[in-house]
Each structure stands twice: as structure tokens, then as C-alpha cells.
Design a protein around this ligand. Structure first.
Ligand code: NAD
Ligand code: 89V
Length: 350
């Protein structure tokens, strides 16, 4: 695909979160992204979206693929439909980006990676927390060596924000806080601290109106020897609430990084400390409090576009995301058995 002028983008699933993807692709037009078609099984929704973004509309993915030349499809439906839609794309050698969670279960994730591989199709997962401006700034500080190699961390997504308002389906999911938001924070733990050797997890159901676990507390031992704590809950009662921010504390032999609410970072190094605002700007189409998450969509799509055009895997390729998903499975296994679990039980490393 390298050197090609523009990349024809199709999007499937015009629901709650897709609006952010659509605005991001519109912003990336200057970088060669050309949104050409949208698809949703809901005729009203797709018609409204097509009108808003001035593109062709379809209520069936197969018809869209067979009617419009598409280089890359952005699948922003919910996890239950990801496997079928990704397979339709792979069979046509159309590159695909799939929203998280990759799929409802491990076997489906494996199947999606194998199907893409068997067709030589490009596949990635839209896992956007690591692409947010603030988390990339933290990564840069780690890379600068200011704190040495991190050997301890706490990564925390704690909120009481009504996530069920925009995403009512979350209240009925069989597996909730680890698969919906823990997966983001586990991906950050890998991104900052490296691969995981074993983890222990305790889950709680603190909200009687919600079907599955709404709170998870995990301890990770990384292959580097480092230890991190990963927390996620939808049942925190704090004012001010930090939604949708991930707060973190990280330590190394030469210093520390602390990110607090409002995307404020304090770095301690060489016995000195400096404070910095690390959040990204509000964009024409973003609004508080979702702006942190929305802006991350823009950077994630930009990454997907440049990786695809360069013919290289995305940082959050299907293969890479299997390593994050194996942590999700290990966490549920640990919570149900009361023992520490090795993700290698799902995803044996070489
Ligand atoms: P939603 O239910 O609001 O929207 C999904 C849309 O997909 C619906 O309009 C539905 O009609 C359509 N659809 C479903 N199956 C289809 C098919 N086979 N063909 C065509 N259209 C189909 O869901 P949502 O809240 O927008 O979530 C979508 C995904 O985004 C989920 O996987 C969710 O976890 C994820 N999400 C990610 C973030 C983030 O990256 N930070 C934030 C919120 C949601
Ligand atoms: O980002 C997500 O995946 C959403 C959340 C509510 C955490 O923002 O589900």
C-alpha cells in the first residue's frame, strides 16, 4: 500500500462510539484517509450518518464490500459481530481494524488472527488508551531514562461515571469491568512495564443492578521482575471523578512518575521534580469529559493509517492484542479459582 495516494476507508457500525472514529477519519483526510462508505444494520442510523459525513450508505457489509472499492475497513460494532465481519474483510483481502474487545472469548480471537493470516490480510485492534497524548508522554519520559527501568507501578481507572447511559448493553454483559475497561489498563501495563509472567485477580460486584463484575483489582508480575497493580471499577464514588482518565504511579531506581486527575504529571528524577500538564487539546468535535478518549481515537486512527500504508503491522495488531487478551482470560481464571495464573496458559510465549 506504501506510496498510494489515498486509502479508501469503510466503516461498519454507526453507534455510540463510532461518531469519534468518523470525525477522526474526516480529520485524517489531509493525511490520505478517504472515508467512502458506512454500514449499519439500522437503516435510520446509517442514513443519518451517511448524510452527516457525505458518503455512501449500506445496511449490509457484504453488499458494501462488493459495491465500493475499500482498502481498510473500520469495524466499530460490538464484540459479538467482530468475527463474522472481520472474516468477510479477510476473504476479500481488505485490511481491518476491529474495536476492542477483540471478541467475546479467546477462541474467537485466535480464529480471527488465523483467518486473517490464512488470507494474508492486515488486521489490527483499536486499543486506544496507549495512543492518548498523556500516555504517550509517559512513555516518552520512560524512554528518556529519567526514572531508570520501571520496576513498580499502579495503573488505576476508577470511576462512578454513568457508563450505562451511553452504553446500556454493559449492564447485561456476562463479563464486564475486566473485558470492557480492564483490557485497556492491562494493555497499558504491557506497554509501560513489559510482558506479564503471572497475575492474581480479585473481582467484586458492588452494584446489585449490574449482571457482572464492576470492580477488579489485579497484581501482575512482569517477566522483567517488575510488579504492577491494575485496578478498574465503575463503582467508585469520588468527587471530582476522574472519568475517563487512567491515573498512574510508577517507580524506577532513579525516580518516579505520578499522573493525577486532570492529566497532570509529576516526574521525580536526580532528586528534583517537575510538573507538567500532559493532556491533548479539545478538538472541534470533542467535549469534556469524553475528550481524552475521543482524542485518543484520532491518534489511534492516524497510527493505523500510517502502519497500513507502510505495509507494517500496527502496534496493536491482532497478534499483539492476543497478548493483552490472554491477560483478560488469566484475570477471570484467577478470580474464579483464587490462584495466580500465567497468561502463557492461553498464549504460550516462544
Ligand atoms: P453501539 O451498540 O452503540 O453501536 C454498534 C452499532 O453497530 C449499532 O448501530 C448496530 O446497529 C451496528 N451493528 C451491529 N452489528 C452489525 C452488523 N453485523 N452490520 C452492521 N451494523 C451492525 O455500540 P458502541 O457503544 O458504539 O460500541 C461499539 C464498540 O466500541 C464496542 O466494542 C465497545 O466496547 C467499543 N468502545 C470502545 C471505546 C474506546 O475505544 N475507548 C469506548 C466506547 C466503546
Ligand atoms: O473506553 C471504553 O472502552 C468504554 C469506557 C466506558 C471505558 O469508556 O467502554
Amino acid at each position: 500500500m506504501s506510496g498510494k495516494q489515498s486509502v479508501q476507508i469503510g466503516l461498519i457500525g454507526c453507534g455510540f462510539y463510532a461518531r469519534n472514529h468518523l470525525h477522526a477519519w474526516a480529520d485524517l483526510r489531509k493525511d490520505g484517509a478517504q472515508l467512502v462508505a458506512v454500514c449499519d444494520q439500522d437503516p435510520q442510523r446509517v442514513a443519518a450518518t451517511g448524510q452527516m459525513f457525505g458518503v455512501a450508505t449500506f445496511t449490509d457489509a457484504k453488499t458494501m464490500f462488493d459495491s465500493v472499492p475499500i482498502d481498510l475497513v473500520d469495524i466499530t460494532t460490538r464484540m459479538g459481530s467482530h468475527k463474522t465481519l472481520a472474516a468477510l474483510a479477510a476473504e476479500r483481502k481488505i485490511a481491518a481494524v476491529v474495536q476492542k474487545p477483540f471478541a467475546p472469548c479467546w477462541q474467537d480471537c485466535i480464529n480471527m488472527v488465523e483467518t486473517a493470516r490464512s488470507h494474508g490480510a492486515w488486521l489490527a485492534v483499536h486499543e486506544n488508551f496507549r495512543f492518548s497524548t498523556s500516555m504517550r508522554r509517559v512513555k516518552a519520559v520512560i524512554g528518556s531514562g529519567a526514572i531508570g527501568v520501571p520496576n513498580w507501578a499502579r495503573l488505576s481507572f476508577r470511576t462512578g461515571y454513568n457508563v450505562y447511559g451511553g452504553q446500556p448493553y454493559l449492564a447485561e454483559e456476562e463479563r464486564l469491568v475486566i473485558l470492557d475497561v480492564g483490557i485497556h489498563v492491562l494493555d497499558l501495563a504491557r506497554y509501560f512495564m513489559g510482558e506479564v509472567d503471572r497475575l492474581y485477580c480479585e473481582t467484586q460486584k458492588r452494584n446489585p443492578k449490574i449482571r457482572a463484575e464492576d470492580t477488579a483489582t489485579m497484581t501482575l508480575r512482569h517477566t522483567s521482575g517488575a510488579v504492577s497493580i491494575v485496578e478498574s471499577t465503575y463503582e467508585s464514588r469520588r468527587i471530582p471523578d476522574s472519568f475517563p482518565e487512567t491515573l498512574l504511579e510508577m517507580e524506577g531506581p532513579d525516580g518516579s512518575i505520578v499522573v493525577s486527575r486532570g492529566e497532570r504529571m509529576i516526574v521525580t528524577t536526580q532528586g528534583l521534580s517537575f510538573e507538567e500538564e500532559i493532556g491533548g487539546p479539545l478538538l472541534a468535535w470533542t467535549s469534556r469529559p469524553w475528550h481524552v478518549s475521543q482524542e485518543a481515537v484520532l491518534h489511534t486512527n492516524a497510527h493505523m493509517l500510517s502502519a497500513f500504508r507502510a505495509g507494517r503491522p500496527a502496534d496493536t495488531s491482532g497478534e499483539d492484542n492476543l497478548k493483552t487478551y490472554a491477560l483478560v482470560e488469566a484475570a477471570y481464571e484467577s478470580a474464579s479459582t483464587g490462584r495466580a495464573v500465567r497468561p502463557a496458559e492461553w498464549h504460550p510465549t516462544d
